[in-house]
Each structure stands twice: as C-alpha cells, then as structure tokens.
Design a binder for this molecule. Structure first.
Ligand code: AMP
Ligand code: MN
Ligand code: MN
Length: 327
C-alpha cells in the first residue's frame, strides 16, 4: 500500500471509531508514551466518547511530566471490545505484553511504527523505518486529518522525537524530523523543558546505579565492542528501578573506537534484558533478531533467559561474529 493510502485509511479508521484503545510497548520509552498520549489528547479533542491508554509497565518517573500521564492505565479497563486498537512504536504484538489479547479482540487494529517490520498483525499499517520516531508519524497522521495541534499534543509528540533522536544527535534525525519538531515547538511544546526532564533529571539512586554499571565496562582487544553488565545486586545496592537504566548504554557507545555497545541487565524474573547500540554500518536490529528481539539499525534490544554470565558470553561471542561478517 502506498504511504498516502495508508494515512488515508488510518484517518478513516480513527474517524469512524467510537471506542479506542491505545497501546504503547512493554517498558515504554518517551516515543511509545509520547505517541500514545499525543494521540490520546488529539482523539479526546475530537470528542471521542471512549479513549483509553493501557500499558504493560508503569510510566517511568522521567516521563511523569507528560500532560495527563495518569490517563495511562496498567490494568484492564472496563470495555473489553473496542472499535479500534492503535498499537504504537512496536513491530510485534507480543510487545504489547499482557494487553495483547485486548488488542486482538478489537474490531480493527491500526499499527503506527518505525521499527524494522517483523509481523503483520494490523488491518492498517503506517510503518516507516525512515521516521526517527513513531511520534513523527503520529504528527503526520494528525496533520492529514487537520487536527489542531494543542500544546498538550505538541508536548507529547516532541517528547517522542527528542527521546528517539537523543536530542537530534542520532543519525535518524532528518530534515523532516527537524521541520516537524519546529512545528511542534511553534504549537506550544517547550523543547528545553522537555530535554531537561528527559535527559537532565535523574533520581539519586539512578546516578548511583550509573556508577555501578559503568564500573563493569569491558571491551574486546580490538576495542570495537564494549559492554557493561548490571546484576540484580547493583539495583539492590543503589535502590534504583530497572527503568532507570535507560540511556546508560550511550556512555558505552561513546567510547572512542567502539562500533557496537551492549548493556546487559538482570531483570527481577531472572531474564536478561539486552540493549544494543551501534555506530556506522553495524546493524544491531538483525543481531537482536537472532535472539528473538528487534529494533532499528543502530538501536535494538532482546531478552535472554539465561544467567547473566551466560548471556554475556553468548552475546560477546555473537557480537564478534557479527562484526566480522558485517565489515
Ligand atoms: P532499548 O535498548 O530497550 O532502549 O531498546 C532499543 C530499541 O530496540 C527500541 O526501539 C525497542 O523498541 C527495541 N527493543 C528492545 N527490546 C526489544 C525486544 N525484546 N524485542 C523487540 N524489540 C526490542
Ligand atoms: Mn520505543
Ligand atoms: Mn520509537
């Protein structure tokens, strides 16, 4: 389907639906939350009788400045069959977590996403891997519907863009990204306030955890792969939450000579969650896919069900193989 057609069909679905469910991904980040809440505000403004946002995980502290973040519920809301489920920022429905059945039960599913496509689960898809953030696509969709950009909508969407471009520093930032960001700023989003909230405000515990995490830094002898590990006891010692590891992997990637950076953290349920980042041509989404994960060329993730030490061994070995084959 041509992109113009999918925007048209998506707009039609949004206009027709009376009850809507919006679902960000597991462990939601600024793009998942900003896209979901931006859409929520826009649909409320359009006068939709039922608009609900459900998330598998709670809203991380750093995103609790988003207007109406409390509208994001963790538990099953009242309605069980929605006219439309809008799934944002995810390429696999399993990323909806416990809300996957609720999405499947909806009369129609709309997917808005910018990851490498993995699974076809939606009736209508707005999927563009060239978009820096899902929030960009939400913006374009709302514009095509001539929805008014209120400061609330603009704040949510700009947060999505700022998070996924790492403040316009990542190579996914395009002229279009900047034009959309400018329009959102014009519509009332405060860029410096958003950046301050997302990147420059941390809890005491989170900064303690950062120290513990960075003290485990290692690299391969050629210096191209570097990684850190965060065992359970680091969380206990620092009193930090798992969500507070967001962004730490960028320090690993920043080491001169590093082309592939990894952060392995031990989740409460004994799972190892892995964040992968790369510089240049190394495609980490494909590496993550080998372990059932996914993401983008330069930022991806996966989950392993092994011990931390085992995961470290497996990943370093695979990453080395991967580097050799991609260079
Ligand atoms: P993170 O390292 O958690 O910030 O994630 C980086 C990117 O990879 C994001 O776009 C995530 O949506 C994606 N991602 C992370 N973990 C997974 C996973 N287990 N499966 C699929 N995609 C993932
Ligand atoms: Mn995301
Ligand atoms: Mn995203």
């Amino acid at each position: 389907m041509r992109s113009r057609d999918s925007f048209k069909r998506a707009a039609q679905l949004l206009c027709e639906a009376e009850s809507l469910l919006i679902v960000p991904h597991l462990h939601p980040d600024g793009d998942a939350l900003g896209s979901a809440l931006g859409l929520y505000h826009a649909l409320k403004q359009m006068g939709k009788p039922v608009v609900e946002v459900v998330s598998h995980d709670s809203v991380p502290e750093i995103y609790r400045f988003l207007p109406d973040w409390q509208a994001i519920h963790l538990e099953h809301p009242h309605q069980t069959t929605y006219d439309l489920a809008v799934v944002v920022d995810q390429s696999q429905l399993s990323r909806a977590g416990k809300h996957e059945p609720l999405v499947r039960a909806a009369r129609r599913i709309l997917q808005i996403d910018h990851h490498m496509p993995l699974e076809q689960f939606a009736d209508v898809r707005i999927v563009d891997t060239e978009a820096a953030a899902t929030a960009e696509l939400v913006y374009r969709l709302l514009r095509s519907m001539r929805v008014r950009m209120t400061p609330e909508v603009a704040t949510c969407l700009l947060t999505g863009i700022v998070t996924d471009t790492f403040s316009f520093k990542f190579p996914n930032t395009t002229p279009r990204t900047l034009r959309i960001a400018a329009a959102l700023q014009q519509a009332g989003a405060d860029l410096s306030y958003i950046s301050e909230q997302v990147f420059e405000t941390r809890s005491f515990s989170a900064v303690k955890l950062l120290g513990l995490a960075l003290s485990t830094l290692q690299r391969t002898s050629d210096g191209k792969i570097a990684w850190i590990t965060i065992p359970r006891r680091a969380f206990e010692e620092s009193h930090a939450h798992e969500e507070e590891t967001e962004g730490i992997v960028n320090f690993v990637r920043s080491v001169r000579g590093v082309e592939l950076a990894m952060m392995l953290r031990e989740s409460p349920k004994g799972k190892i969650r892995v964040s992968l980042r790369s510089r240049g041509k190394v495609n980490v989404a494909l590496l993550a896919q080998q372990f059932g994960g996914g993401g983008h060329e330069n930022a991806a993730g996966c989950t392993l069900e092994t011990s931390l030490a085992e995961a470290e061994m497996i990943l370093v070995r695979e990453a080395q193989r991967w580097m050799e084959s991609s260079t």
